[in-house]
Structure formats: C-alpha cells, structure tokens
Design a protein around this ligand. Structure first.
Ligand code: ADP
Ligand code: ASP
Ligand code: MG
Length: 467
C-alpha cells in the first residue's frame, strides 16, 4: 500500500491513512506500507538546497525551520503516548539538525551536486515514514519502521537511480519477510534508496509509486495499491478537465503509456515490477476509500470507446534538424541519436521528412550543448514551451475516422507534430503549451460524450448532473 504526499499531508490525512491500513489488517491482509514525504515537502527541500547553494544561508535555514515545525506539530498532534512522542520529536530534531548542517556547508561550498540534492530531499521521506509508523502504533497497528535505503538498492545515478531488482528481492526477504511473519506492518519511505556503497539515492520525482511497485514485486504481493487524492486513473487530469470520469479498469500497457506521457497520477516506471510478476495494481483515493478506484491488469476488457484517457506532458522542446544532402544516408540517424545518448537525453517523439528530422525532448539545460553537437551534422533549431497530448486506448488502429475526429475537435489549435501507429494504443501530437489545457477539454468533450459504462464510471457523472 503506497500513500502519496496528500495522503500524509497533515494529522487528519495520516489518520485516514491509518484507518485504511487498519481496515486491511482486520480483513486478514498483511500489508507493507510505503509513504511519500508530506505534501510539498520535497519541493521545499529542493528550494532550501538551491537557496543554500546560491549563498542564501538564512533563506535556506528559514525553510528548514518551517519544515521542522510542521513535522513536530504533526507528530505532537498524532502521538499522545509521552515516551513515544519524546522519542519521535528527538528523532525529528536530530534529522533537521543534520539537514541544517548540510545546508550550512552548501552555503559555503556554493555547489549543489545531484548526490547532495538526493541527500537533502531524502529527509522528507525519512521523517514522514517515522511519523506515520508512530501514528499507526498509536492507533493499535503493530507498525515497524524500516529505513527504505536498506531495501531499495540502486545504481549510482543520483536523482534518477535505477533499482537493482535482484538485490532488492534479497533485501526484502531479509528485512520485510521476518516482520510480516511476526504480524507486524512494515512502514517505509518511498522515493529514496541507496547505492551499494550505502550512499543515498532517489528514483526521480514522483518515485514513491515506483518504490511501492518495487516492494510489491519483490515480496511478491497479491496486489499493489497506490493511494492518492483522486478516485483513480481518470479520463484526463481532473484539475484540467473537471468532468473527467474514473476509468474502472485499464491495461498495464495503457497505464504505462499514460504515465510516461504525463499523467502524474502514476510514476512512469511503476508498472514494470507489477507486469513482470503479473500483480494487479489499484489506484485508490485515500479521501474516498469506499470508491473502488482503477484496476490495472494485464488484460483489460474490451472497450467500445476508442480512448480511455488523455494525458499531457508539458515543458517540452522541439528540435528541428535540417540537412539537405545527408539525411537518408546510411548511419545518419544513428549519428543524431548518438548525440542524444551522449547527453543522456531521452527523445519522446520523432518525425522525419526527406530533408529534416524533428524530435521532441523534455526542456532541459543541456539543450544548447545538444544543439551545438547536432549543428556539426546539420542546421539545428530548437523551441521550448511545447506540450505533447497523448490519447490512449486499446482500439485505435482498427477504427477508421478516428484521426479525423481528433483533429476536427481541435481544429482551432496549431498542431506541430503527429505520431500514430508506433504503438497500437497511443495517438499523440505536439502543440503549444498555452493551447494544451483547452485542447484537452475539447478532446474530452468530443470523445467522452457517451462513454462505455462497463469501463467508465458514468454513474458519478449522472449523480453530479442530478445534484
Ligand atoms: P501523490 O502525491 O498521491 O503521488 P500526485 O500529485 O503525484 O499524487 O498524483 C495525483 C494527481 O495526478 C491528481 O491530483 C491529478 O491532478 C493528477 N493527474 C494527472 N492526470 C491524471 C489522470 N489521468 N487521472 C487522475 N489523476 C491525474
Ligand atoms: N516526495 C517525492 C516527490 O515529491 C516522491 C513522491 O511523492 O512520489 O517527488
Ligand atoms: Mg505521485
């Protein structure tokens, strides 16, 4: 059971989380609990690190001090047993004391390396998981805190480390199985891990979902539950499209595609460990635990609607490489991709013509360097502030007229690149970032007017219209 930042954001949220876990335990389940940092804490820790590295020691320590108070207040609110609370507060103070030391050091060194950044953000999950474990014990759940860095062993690619599955499986057997055998509920932080030398790493932003799936896969477990602040995977981000519907069931492939192309509700790598072991994943709402959420399974049932959901990935750049003579010569594409490889920059979408190649990538500070390397091969232009809209469904390729419907729904929007057919289940296109939200709403209105009730929760929409 993985609980995201909003599910542990304050004492009330942690109380709801405890009640959900207690429910599972009394139903005879033996859960392992993975928690994120409290909502917004990772962002604030990063800001503190950046401030310190820019020499703003006072600003960095002020952020840390506000975070210390927030965690202390949450602990005091939840833990009434005097000795337990004293223990927890002393742990919190110790951690913030060492964080402050790191921040002071940074403000002298003035350089924030990926390794130090991982150390700084790790405090979020290290502390939240201790608070949650103590709060569980207060509610009579026999919880045992586990330091995630002793289980999630990764390579040394700081800020986006790759987990070492075999080692994790061994560590899970060593650290988690004995606790489960004693009837305890292990509670650990998501997102963080350590390399084989014991140095703290992280799995990338949003990585607690990944931890949940890694642990679920390593045990292995009967199911993996991702508890968040929405009713499940929806037909689009409900913050952008308020009439989004819950998708009741979706396939691993569709969910992975959605996650990769921007549906923040799941970390893109989450599904892999579950697919390998064929473990169903559920996305559930900790604010509405009675809702059955979304089930992600290896084979989703047939759906009459062409699409299941629309995802958007923003902050992208488009790179145009134009070479009149060489493009289709043997080895030319390889030369282009070697440059992206050298800069470890993933490419999302590619489109070619006789003289040019257009590629889309996450906007990042390596772009000028990449462009400089590419310009040795051809003329290069790049432009930021683009968004990729990705429509996912298992039934696109066989249906005629779908592309016409998609582009007529957004005929007022300038489309820069299109990709269809690379995957049977995904149709995507690139537009200006400023057009993205409106385009999603138009597409949603066009494709989810009459949704298949076996796949989508249409009752919720009817209830909303009725009220
Ligand atoms: P957590 O802290 O629980 O990991 P996140 O903020 O990472 O939560 O992810 C949940 C958020 O993802 C939702 O609040 C919602 O705004 C956003 N989201 C984006 N696309 C979708 C989608 N297709 N379905 C559901 N939520 C989505
Ligand atoms: N706390 C981390 C983040 O905000 C990981 C997570 O919440 O999944 O990115
Ligand atoms: Mg998340």
């Amino acid at each position: 059971m993985k609980f995201g930042g909003t599910s542990v954001e304050d004492p009330a949220a942690i109380g709801r989380t405890a009640a959900i876990v207690a429910g599972r335990v009394s139903a005879g389940k033996r859960p392992v609990v993975v928690v994120s940092a409290m909502a917004k804490v990772t962002d604030q820790l990063l800001r503190a690190g950046e401030a310190a590295a820019q020499g703003d020691r006072t600003g960095a320590l002020a952020i840390s001090s506000r975070l210390r108070s927030r965690h202390r207040d949450t602990a005091s609110d939840l833990v009434k047993n005097v000795a337990d609370l004293a223990d927890l507060l002393s742990f919190i103070d110790q951690k913030f004391d060492s964080l402050d030391e790191v921040l002071r050091g940074l403000s002298a060194i003035l350089e924030l390396t990926p390794r130090i950044s991982d150390l700084i953000v790790s405090y979020g999950e290290r502390i939240s998981s201790r608070i949650v474990a103590a709060a569980f014990r207060e509610k009579s759940i026999d919880a045992a805190h586990v330091d995630a860095r002793e289980v999630i062993i990764t390579d040394s690619q700081f800020q986006k480390a790759t987990p070492l599955d075999d080692v994790i499986e061994k560590k899970a057997a060593e650290k988690l199985h004995p606790l489960l055998a004693q009837g305890k509920v292990p509670v650990m932080g998501g997102f963080i891990g350590s390399n084989e030398a014991g140095i703290t790493t992280t799995l990338g932003r949003g990585g607690s979902d990944f931890t949940g799936a890694l642990v679920g896969g390593a045990l292995p477990s009967e199911s993996i539950e991702i508890w968040t602040d929405v009713d499940g995977i929806m037909t689009s981000d409900p913050r952008v499209c308020p009439d989004a519907l819950r998708v009741k069931v979706i396939s691993f492939e569709e969910a992975a595609e959605l996650a990769y192309f921007g549906a923040k509700v799941l970390h893109p790598a989450t599904i892999l460990p579950a697919v390998k072991k064929n473990i169903p994943v559920y996305v559930l709402n900790s604010r509405n635990a009675a809702c059955e959420g979304t089930q992600i399974t290896s084979l989703a049932p047939h759906c009459n609607s062409p699409f299941k959901s629309i995802a958007v990935k923003k902050k992208l750049s488009i790179i145009d490489v134009v070479a009149s003579r060489m493009l289709m010569t043997h080895g030319y594409m390889k030369a282009i991709f070697d440059i992206f490889d050298k800069h470890r920059c993933p490419v999302d979408m590619v489109s070619t013509s006789e003289v040019s190649v257009s590629l889309t990538v996450d906007s990042n500070d390596k772009l000028p360097l990449i462009a400089a390397d590419l310009s040795k091969l051809a003329d290069v232009k790049y432009e930021g502030k683009k968004a990729l809209v990705c429509m996912v469904g298992d039934n696109i390729r066989g249906q005629s007229g779908i592309a016409a419907q998609v582009f007529s729904a957004i005929r007022h929007v300038n489309v820069r690149m299109i990709s269809q057919g690379a995957s049977e289940i995904n149709m995507s296109f690139m537009i200006e970032e400023d057009d993205a939200d409106e385009a999603v709403r138009s597409l949603h209105a066009a494709f989810f007017k009459d949704p298949d009730p076996s796949i989508f929760d249409v009752d919720a929409r009817k209830a909303a219209i009725g009220s």
